[in-house]
Design a protein around this ligand. Structure first.
Ligand code: SF4
Length: 331
C-alpha cells in the first residue's frame, strides 16, 4: 500500500478508536491523537484513556497543550502565594527559564503571579489534575508484508521494553480476508492485534481483536520512575492539544482541490485533482497542483469568516470540541 493510503488508513483508525475504544475491554472514555511520542519512538495513533472528572478539571486550564516547561510550573504551583524558587523544585536547568515559564503560565491564565519585594510570587488557580489513566500506542499497517512485519516487531518490542505506554497494538486491514498468521506470530506476544475492515467506512464494529494485548504497566506496587511519569503527562498534553484532526494545520484546505469526504462515520481529506487521499507532505505549499480557492468563494456564501478552507478548519475544530465534551460527560 502506498504512503498516502497509509495516511488515510491512519485517520480511519483514529476515528475508529474515538468511536469504539476499548476494542476488547468495553467502553472507556479516551481522547485520540496521531504521530506523537518521544525522540526515540513516534507512535502512529495514541489513545489516552482518561478519568472523566479529572479531565473536566484539565479542560478548565484551556484548550491548548501545556508544554513541559509550563507543566513544571503548573503542577507544582502552591495553594498560597510563594516565591517561585521556594515553591518549585529545582528544574535541573537555570532558574531564569523557570521565571520565563512563570510569566508565560500567568499570561495563559494557568496560574496567578505577583511581584513582592522585587520577587516573583505565584499561586495556583486550581490543582493540576491526575487525568491520564492509561496510554495506548497503536501502530497502523494496512498491508502487513514481510519487511513491514519485521520492522513492526522491533518497534513493538521497544514499546514492551520501555513500558512508556500501558498497552501496544498493531492495527492491520483484513477487508474480509484472513490476516497472514505467520506474520502475526512474529509480533511480540504482549502486543494486541486489531483486524480492521474499513471497506464500508468507519463504524464502531469495523474491527475485531485478533490477539489480546497484555498490560505493560509495572505490576503490583512497582511504579514508573518520576521521569517516565512526567514524560507520559507531556505526551498526554500534546495529544490533548493536537488531537488527530490537526492535519489541516499542515495541509492546504485553502486549495480549491481540497475536500473532506465521508468514510462511514469519519471525514477524511481528499484531493479532487489527484483523486486520492493526499499525504500531509504532498498536500503542502510546494504541491505543483496547489491552486488557491478563488477570492469570490470567500464572499459568496462565506461572507465574513473566509472561504471553504476556513470552513473545513472550523468543521474539524468543532469535531474535536465535540469529542472532548463527549469524553468529559462519560460517567
Ligand atoms: S492539489 Fe495539492 S495542495 Fe491541492 S488539495 Fe491536492 S494535494 Fe493538496
Amino acid at each position: 500500500m502506498t504512503p498516502d493510503a497509509e495516511f488515510g488508513y491512519e485517520l480511519l483508525v483514529c476515528r475508529y478508536a474515538e468511536l469504539a475504544w476499548h476494542p476488547s475491554g468495553g467502553p472507556r472514555p479516551a481522547i485520540v491523537a496521531r504521530q506523537l511520542g518521544t525522540k526515540e519512538r513516534r507512535w502512529d495513533t495514541v489513545v489516552i484513556e482518561v478519568d472523566p472528572a479529572a479531565f473536566a478539571v484539565r479542560r478548565a486550564f484551556g484548550e491548548r497543550a501545556i508544554d513541559s516547561d509550563l507543566l513544571h510550573v503548573v503542577r507544582h504551583a502552591p495553594a498560597e502565594w510563594s516565591w517561585y524558587r521556594d515553591a518549585l523544585p529545582h528544574p535541573g536547568y537555570p532558574w531564569r527559564y523557570v521565571r520565563r515559564a512563570v510569566h508565560r503560565a500567568a499570561g495563559r491564565d494557568l496560574i496567578e503571579k505577583r511581584r513582592r519585594n522585587n520577587r516573583i510570587q505565584l499561586r495556583r488557580k486550581r490543582p493540576y489534575p491526575d487525568w491520564v489513566d492509561r496510554i495506548v500506542a497503536v501502530e497502523n499497517k494496512p498491508d502487513l508484508d514481510r519487511s513491514a512485519a519485521d520492522r513492526l516487531a522491533d518497534q513493538l518490542a521497544h514499546d514492551v521494553d520501555t513500558a512508556l505506554a500501558d498497552e501496544a497494538w498493531l492495527a492491520t486491514e483484513t477487508t474480509g480476508e484472513r490476516v497472514e498468521p505467520a506474520l502475526l506470530r512474529e509480533m511480540p506476544v504482549e502486543a494486541g492485534i486489531l483486524a480492521t475492515d474499513f471497506s464500508d467506512g468507519v463504524r464502531a464494529d469495523a474491527a475485531s481483536v485478533a490477539w489480546h494485548p497484555s498490560d505493560l504497566a509495572p505490576a503490583g506496587d512497582e511504579r514508573r520512575d518520576p521521569e517516565t511519569e512526567t514524560l507520559r503527562v507531556e505526551i498526554a498534553e500534546r495529544a490533548y492539544g493536537k488531537g488527530w484532526r490537526s492535519y489541516h494545520e499542515t495541509m492546504r484546505p485553502d486549495c480549491r482541490h481540497f475536500e473532506l469526504r465521508r468514510e462511514g462515520r469519519s471525514l477524511v481529506p481528499h484531493c479532487a485533482a489527484k483523486e486520492k487521499v493526499p499525504t500531509a507532505r504532498e498536500c503542502s505549499g510546494s504541491c505543483p497542483e496547489f491552486s488557491p480557492e478563488p477570492p469570490q468563494w470567500r464572499t459568496r456564501g462565506w461572507p465574513i469568516e473566509g472561504g471553504p478552507g476556513k470552513g473545513f478548519k472550523r468543521v474539524l475544530g468543532r469535531r474535536r470540541e465535540r469529542e472532548r465534551d463527549r469524553v468529559e460527560s462519560v460517567e
